[in-house]
Design a protein around this ligand. Sequence first.
Ligand SMILES: Cc1cc2nc3c(=O)[nH]c(=O)nc-3n(C[C@H](O)[C@H](O)[C@H](O)COP(=O)(O)OP(=O)(O)OC[C@H]3O[C@@H](n4cnc5c(N)ncnc54)[C@H](O)[C@@H]3O)c2cc1C
Length: 506
Amino acid sequence: MTDPRIKNIVIVGGGTAGWMAAAAFAKVLGPTYSIRLVESEEIGTVGVGESTVPHLKLFNDLLGIHDTEFMKNTQGTFKLGIQFNDWGRVGDSYIHGFGTIGHDVSLLPFHQFWIKAMQKGMASDIGAYSIHTLAAPRGKFMTSATDVPSSSPLADIAYSYQFDATLYAKFLRGYAEKRGVRRTEGKIAQTVLRPDDGFVEAVVLESGERIEGELFIDCSGFRGLLIEQALHTGYIDFTHWLPCDRALAVACEKVEPPTPYTRSSARLAGWQWRIPLQHRTGNGYVYSSAHVSDDEAAATLLKHLDGKPMGDPRPLRFTTGVRKKSWNKNVVALGLASGFLEPLESTSIYMIQSGIARLLNLFPQRDFSEVVIDRYNAQAKFEYEHIRDFLILHYHATERNDTPFWNQCRTMSIPAQLQDNIRLFRDSGRFFRDAEEMFATTSWVQVMLGQHIVPRGYHPLVDQMPDQELARFMASVSQVVASCVDAMPSHQAFIDRHCVAPSMAV
Ligand SMILES: Cc1cc2nc3c(=O)[nH]c(=O)nc-3n(C[C@H](O)[C@H](O)[C@H](O)COP(=O)(O)OP(=O)(O)OC[C@H]3O[C@@H](n4cnc5c(N)ncnc54)[C@H](O)[C@@H]3O)c2cc1C
């Protein structure tokens, strides 16, 4: 009887997606599987993707990679959240911090009490009640303390990483090759399909070498070599809601200690990112080509760098959206090959990670059961659409009317579920996280408040707390948070102590 198990996996592409997949498969599937990765140095990688969300720590934990090793090898810094400037109104600034805000009281989230306290003039900005949002602009950072009571904000610090994308892929390559992944350098010239069912049988390199497999992971970037060019899967376009279609990326010299947060500053026709690393600062302008020329975008980007540019801005073009199926026949697309949501909330690398986890959970047999494939695709669609809606919120919830771009974003029609979420929050500050959607209630709340969606009311149970007690509650939470932040070391001091890259160490 033929063995039903899949044994040969071919990964096409050696960017972040390809090497994340290779590392995870090598670790989880082990040496009985043959894992080959094909990449072309001549084609290269997209070379961006340097800011992440806290989930990446789980990926590192799975691989057994400790923060110190990780940060040293990727010139990494820590991230407590994203600072959004000029989004709701020109001159605004708020932080979407990771982790909790204040502390919840029985069933009610902290922000419900905050809404009433704010209405009565007894509260400060919501950012004063979270260790993440208070520590980030003060340049403070530490990982969770183990020698404090579990109720202390210092015991629960959620963070993610900012790192050099090229060094990350190199680091994972070393990890994967050590565990048996075989890398082949070369350009794929042809994809061979099985005549009977159209499954991919092999890829053929320009050199003539033919690489056969049972399961193919398409990590070939925007071109979608297998999922689109060979299988013609189709693409769902989100441009109506997310009109930016180009980016210019440039690194600049570092001029100050790295901030423990990524910055996103709204511009006239898009937004600019700033990602501080140990050795340089990454920057880019994501913009709508219908609203600004490439030259103007480049000038805007360069004008707002805080150090000397380390090269010319590199252009990137994209169409925001997702493949109709991320998994088609025996091809699973990961990374840019599966779709693209702009990096406003640093979600792409997370989606690679969750695609890998989903695939490992739904790992197929050689018969490629349709039930398994359908479930994978349904979950991928759910994830894309919910993150898409969170991104749309940033563009739509604006009072800006200073350019045609912002007028379009403010007045565009939005997906029904997002509309309902905004309406409910405006009514009484309530928000419901939908099943396993990625962003938690605190994320939605911070962005909605940060962009002036002010609730008219609050949950009726809040009134059970007398006003005097409410005032004391608010004051005590902000005092505890502030004193915790006072006690934290600076981000730079923490890096110096734990994470300096080998070449930079004295
Ligand atoms: C402007 C911008 C900013 C971004 N910022 C962030 C961010 O801050 N955070 C985040 O999480 N994500 C971000 N992303 C997304 C992130 O960059 C990607 O998710 C990540 O880099 C994965 O890319 P990839 O591996 O899918 O593709 P790529 O890096 O493009 O790799 C494709 C690979 O396929 C190979 N290949 C292609 N064709 C062939 C062929 N014919 N033969 C052989 N090999 C081939 C290439 O050589 C390469 O190795 C950003 C993306 C863009 C465009």
